[in-house]
Write a protein that binds this ligand. Structure first.
Ligand code: GLC
Ligand code: GLC
Length: 811
């Protein structure tokens, strides 16, 4: 069942049934100021950091779900309704929620009144606009009452939800004209406040929640709205809110519009006050003036659309499969930018008060947006690398506000360093900017210890070499990419974290996934050394890679697939000998991508085993059979019920590793089948089972052994976005940036007759037309660039003043 449809021309997903199986959300804002908004108006806003600068309040774990947001109420005689359906939930004559690129538009209609609410954050602006249009579609005059509503958070979102003995006393507001100012804690250490305005006169307001809603009412029936009148309440402590009350009369066919703005203001400590206890409102007034008319709002929306056209325009495909085109051209790229902005902080599954930026997560995210915003990717790489230690290990996470490593969590996740080689080499291939390697980058944020970024890559590589176990395979540390495979953290205490326990010395447990990862990014390191003419360095490194491949062949092969690990006791993990967890996806993916044993059929066997034991209708599960009991020596992985998360779930992040590996074998049909099993647009028809948004990837889909296979959770903030984008564009469609040009090597379903890709690469436009007359999955017969046949499969960097035509014939 579907709850809406894709409107590709407008780059929107249009939800037509408000009761989606879970809130389907969107993100507003591209820099510094952000909002999350659900398809019924739920959500919140924050400045830079969802924990420390929360503007509006949100309730997690609420019943019903997703209550609390930015609401409008319309009272039309005795009928009260909301344009986004919630919170009032009056049945509407029409409901539509259009989630577009950084904006959301609600259209509600009831009893001859049409209400449109457009929410967005203009570029480089610290405020959200809510543009409300009310139109009388009936034949008689309408006199309606409009109420706005937001609830202020007292800035620190965690404290706001817990520290009531203090917080119920601190709330302060000011009201002047049509603007409600939130100034809690402004009098002391905060040099910032927020405001909620509307661009015309109001008939009243409320700023105290109890006066507006009533102590025993819910958001669905505020007493002020029921009474049809605001009480001009002034909040002192308790729960400050902001609500405008406006009486609107509309002749038949008449339309009126209102520009509401939720803004954030920072002032210099010396300019905080206008007069005693009266805040300096000048900066707020300037912000309001910037967008106080319909025309100004429309221009800003237009700028936003151009901004997105430009970002998305670097890669544009047209195949014969609209579901694929809309993923690649619109939604997958959009999601990659959202993960760039949010990392893993704020979604409807991440509370915004939890984790910092992950070292491995952020490096991997980068491969999904580097083509869109290379300059910001460069900055990100340097920020991440600055948290590395001199021996190559690194903090597992760092805080976005301070950019410092998180010492409580620490390091020792031994896959971490290698992802820096991935992000940096991908950045250079995309941009040609080798100069990044010469940047002086601190270790542990200590500038006195700064060395070139190249040195950081080198210590990343050697961190693995210097930390080998009894089989000459990489020691795993606390965990590798799979945060839940905690082979050195034996825990029996429910009050401690599996990942930070770290009570074993860790000199035995080895990871086959890191082994494969090392060979893949080790080869990248060698290739980079060769580009830099560091031949001795390259030869030296290549020996280690060779040794690793040998170690995998000798100790990492289980007969039909690659082992996953050796545990603390030196026993095999992910072996046919195990009772449960006989086979794992990660080592099949990485050892296959590393091409270890490609020549003697190991890769093919490994991938055939994936198909046989791990694949299911909803994607490839992480391990099988899932663990049915707790194994202290494996850790968190065995805590999850079977079929969920890292224990037998389809953990979507790792599926593309198998897709990429399949393209190495040239099995394009299989690669694309895996792609389409988890790509959200392909799952739109089963939305009632899938539950989460059909336009973005989620972290996890319940696996074949789960209670409810196919049911998904944790949409939006996941490395799944970047890896799937990488797999489809660079390995399946096969257009891959390289140091000296654009490599072309598609691996597609044999049925595909052709496809087109427009790729802007280093400022030059390549219009690539791939034809597949012989119905192959892989192989290139001929490439012509501007009509001339070329011998290589790498298109050189060409003159950026004109567009270039590339014709590819597969065969
Ligand atoms: C989560 C983490 C990521 C980890 C993955 C697998 O997505 O953010 O770092 O690799 O889980 O455990
Ligand atoms: C839990 C999750 C895992 C995530 C980790 C982050 O272990 O299962 O996916 O990476 O928490 O802290």
């Amino acid at each position: 069942m579907k709850y809406g449809y894709f409107d590709d021309d407008n780059k929107e997903y249009v939800i037509t049934e408000p009761k989606t199986p879970y809130p389907w959300i969107n993100y507003l804002g591209n820099k510094d100021f952000f909002s999350l908004t659900s398809n019924t108006g739920g959500g919140y806003s924050f400045y830079k950091d969802a924990k420390f600068r929360r503007l509006t309040r949100y309730r997690y774990n609420n019943v019903p779900i997703d209550d609390g947001g930015k609401y409008f109420y319309i009272k039309d005689e005795d009928t009260i309704w909301s344009p986004g359906w919630k919170p009032v939930k009056t049945k509407l004559d029409k409901y539509e929620c259009r989630h577009g690129l950084s904006y959301t538009k609600f259209i509600g209609e009831k009893n001859g009144v049409n209400a449109e609410v457009l929410q967005f954050i203009p570029l480089d602006f610290l405020g959200e606009i809510q543009h409300v249009k009310l139109k009388n579609t009936s034949s008689k005059e309408k006199n309606i009452k409009l109420f706005s509503f937001i609830e202020w958070a007292l800035w620190n979102a965690e404290d706001d939800m817990t520290n009531f003995q203090r917080n119920l006393n601190t709330g302060e507001v000011e009201v002047e004209d049509s603007v409600i100012y939130h100034k809690t804690e402004f009098k002391e250490r905060r040099n910032h406040y927020a405001f909620f305005s509307v661009n015309q006169n109001i008939n009243g307001f409320d700023t105290d929640r109890e006066s507006f809603i009533g102590l025993y009412n819910g958001f669905e029936s505020p007493q002020a709205v029921e009474n049809g009148k605001a009480s001009n309440s002034e909040a002192h402590g308790w729960s400050p809110i902001a609500s405008h009350y406006i009486e609107v009369s509309l002749k038949p066919n008449e339309e009126k519009d209102f520009v509401f703005m939720l803004g954030y203001v920072e002032v210099d400590a010396k300019d905080k006050w206008e007069s005693k206890s009266v805040i300096n409102k000048k900066p707020a007034k300037e912000m309001i003036a910037k967008y106080n008319t319909k025309e100004k709002v429309e221009n800003a929306l237009n700028d936003l659309a151009l901004y997105w056209d430009n970002l998305l325009g670097k890669i544009n495909i047209s195949s014969n499969e609209p579901k694929l085109d809309r993923m690649v051209n619109i939604w997958n790229q959009y999601q990659c930018m959202v993960t760039f902005n949010m990392s893993r902080s704020a979604s409807f599954f991440e509370s915004g008060i939890g984790r910092g930026m992950g070292f491995r997560d952020s490096n991997q995210d980068l491969i999904g947006f580097v083509h869109q915003i290379p300059e910001r990717a460069r900055e990100r790489i340097i920020d991440i690398a600055s948290t590395q230690f001199e021996d190559g290990s690194c903090y597992h996470q760092y805080q976005p506000l301070t950019k410092k490593g998180n010492a409580t969590l620490g390091g020792d996740f031994n896959d971490d360093p290698l992802w820096l080689i991935l992000s940096t080499t991908e950045y250079i291939k995309e941009t040609g900017d080798f100069s990044i390697l010469n940047e002086k980058v601190p270790f542990n944020n200590d500038v006195s210890k700064a060395k070139s970024l190249f040195e950081h890559l080198k210590v990343s590589f050697y961190h693995v070499v210097n930390n080998l176990g009894p089989h000459n395979l990489p020691l795993i540390g606390r965990a590798d990419w799979n945060d839940c495979l905690n082979l050195n953290c034996f825990s029996q205490d429910p009050n401690e974290s599996f990942q930070t326990t770290g009570n074993k010395k860790g000199k035995t447990a080895e990871s086959l996934m890191i082994a494969g990862l090392f060979v893949v990014y080790g080869k990248e390191f060698v290739k980079l050394c060769r580009e830099l003419h560091l031949d001795d360095e390259a030869i030296f490194a290549a020996k280690h890679i060779n040794n690793m491949s040998e170690a995998v062949k000798n100790y990492g092969w289980d007969g039909d697939w690659f082992l996953r690990a050796y545990d603390y006791y030196g026993n095999k993990v992910g072996s046919n000998e195990n009772e449960e967890g006989k086979i794992f996806i990660e080592s099949q993916g990485w050892c296959s991508m590393a091409e270890i044993g490609l020549e003697n059929g190991m890769v093919k066997k490994s991938l055939d085993s994936v198909k046989k034991y791990l694949d299911c209708d909803y994607g490839i599960v992480l391990n099988s059979p899932a663990y049915s009991k707790y194994y202290e020596e494996y850790g968190e992985i065995s805590t999850y019920p079977i079929g969920y998360k890292e224990n037998g779930g389809v953990f979507c992040h790792n599926n593309p590793w198998i897709m990429i590996a399949e393209t190495i074998l040239g099995r394009g049909d299989q690669a694309f089948e895996y792609y389409s099993k988890i790509a959200p647009s392909f799952l739109e028809e089963i939305s009632e089972l899938h539950k989460v948004e059909p336009y973005v990837y989620c972290q996890m889909i319940a696996g074949k052994e789960a209670h409810k296979p196919g049911e998904a959770k944790n949409s939006w903030l996941t490395g799944t976005a970047s890896w799937n984008f990488y797999a489809i564009t660079q390995y399946i469609l096969g257009i891959k940036p390289d140091y000296n040009g654009l490599s072309i090597n598609p691996c597609i379903p044999s049925e595909w007759k052709e496809f087109n890709v427009k790729r802007v690469f280093r400022g030059t436009v390549y219009n690539i037309h791939v034809k597949n007359p012989y119905k192959v999955c892989k192989g290139i017969k001929e490439i012509r660039v501007n009509g001339e046949k070329i011998e290589s499969t790498i298109i050189p960097i060409l003159d950026s003043n004109k567009e270039h035509k590339v014709e590819v014939i597969m065969g």
